[in-house]
Design a protein. Structure first.
Length: 146
């Protein structure tokens, strides 16, 4: 396999499966008796343990104050998103298939930010990217209204 194929497999396909199963678990968890605080703490403790094990295995403990600040910012955004999803599932009996279809349109936000902030516009086919954005939007709207 080429590096590009491996990056798409390891960074794309496998996470898609894991996030898909994880989203289903979100619905299962939020049908149980659990407060949103313990829900986030449980996820956080699990992430901490996985991170510690991976750091020990990889033996890379590098961190800077700038990377730490980005980590905190990412953690706040991710946690806020998880709470919003949990509220929609638990309090408003949202359907995971519909909610995931909408929140996975985050791809569009990531693409735009990547193009503008990270200058990725230099490396992509704009026509194909635009077509993909249209299809993602149509898919999200169709699934949310299913």
């Amino acid at each position: 396999m080429t590096d590009k194929q491996l990056s798409l497999l390891i960074g794309g396909f496998i996470p898609a499966v894991l996030f898909g199963v994880g989203a289903t678990l979100q619905k299962v968890i939020n049908k149980e008796a659990i407060g949103l605080g313990p829900y986030l703490m449980g996820i956080g403790a699990t992430i901490f343990a996985c991170g510690a094990l991976y750091a020990l295995w990889d033996r890379d403990f590098a961190i800077t104050s700038r990377s730490a600040a980005y980590i905190v910012l990412f953690g706040v955004m991710w946690s806020a998103a998880m709470v919003c999803i949990a509220i929609a599932l638990k309090r408003y009996n949202g359907q995971i298939g519909q909610i995931v279809s909408i929140y996975n349109m985050n791809t569009l936000i990531s693409v735009v930010l990547g193009l503008v902030i990270l200058s990725e516009w230099k490396y992509v086919n704009g026509v194909r990217l635009f077509a993909a954005a249209v299809l993602i939007s149509i898919g999200g709207v169709l699934a949310a209204n299913a």
